[in-house]
Design a protein around this ligand. Structure first.
Ligand code: ZN
Length: 161
C-alpha cells in the first residue's frame, strides 16, 4: 500500500548489478505498516557508502542528521561486496537477505524518531529487533518461508513445555 514512496536507484548501480533493486525494495515494503513510513521522503540506492561510515550498507538521515526531509540511503557497494558472484542463486539469496535486513533496520531508526519512544543508547538494539520482526513477517508471506518459520515455532513450543 506504500507504493507511492520515492525509490531512486542510481544509474551506476543499475548498470553494475543485474538485480531489480527498486522492485525488491517495494516488495520488502509490503509488510511495513504505512504509518511507519510517514514523513520518510525517499529511499536512495547509490554505489558509494556515506562519508561518515565507509562500511555501512545503509544509513538513516533524519532531522537530527541535518536532513530537512528524512530519507534512507542504501549503499550497493557494501551490500554486494561479500557475495560469491560466481554462484548466482546464492548471491541472489544473500542480496535479498542483506537488502531486507538493512532496509528494515533503517526504517526502524525512522520509526523510533517518529515515536520518540526509544532512548538513544538503545537505538541500534531497537533497530535490529525491528528488522528481525519485519523480516519474520516478510518470510511468512512465502510458502518456503512459512515452512521454515512454522518448523521454528514448532520446535520452540516443544522446548517451552
Ligand atoms: Zn543502525
Amino acid at each position: 500500500m506504500n507504493f507511492d514512496i520515492k525509490v531512486a536507484v542510481a544509474d551506476s548501480v543499475k548498470e553494475k548489478y543485474r538485480f531489480d533493486i527498486e522492485k525488491d525494495i517495494r516488495e520488502a515494503l509490503q509488510v511495513v505498516p504505512l504509518q511507519h513510513l510517514t514523513k520518510l521522503s525517499k529511499i536512495i540506492v547509490q554505489y558509494e557508502p556515506p562519508q561518515h561510515n565507509a562500511n555501512a550498507m545503509g544509513s538513516y538521515f533524519g532531522n537530527r542528521e541535518g536532513a530537512r526531509e528524512p530519507y534512507i540511503l542504501l549503499c550497493a557497494k557494501n551490500l554486494m561486496s561479500c557475495f560469491p558472484h560466481h554462484l548466482p542463486i546464492v548471491s541472489k539469496l544473500a542480496y535479498i537477505l542483506y537488502l531486507r535486513d538493512t532496509l528494515y533496520h533503517e526504517i526502524g531508526h525512522h520509526h523510533q524518531r517518529l515515536t520518540h519512544g526509544v532512548k538513544k543508547e538503545r537505538w541500534e538494539e531497537n533497530a535490529k529487533a525491528y528488522s528481525r520482526h519485519m523480516q519474520r513477517l516478510k518470510y511468512k508471506q512465502s510458502f518456503v518461508g512459512k515452512i521454515i518459520f512454522g518448523m521454528a515455532d514448532f520446535f520452540r513450543s516443544k522446548a517451552a513445555t
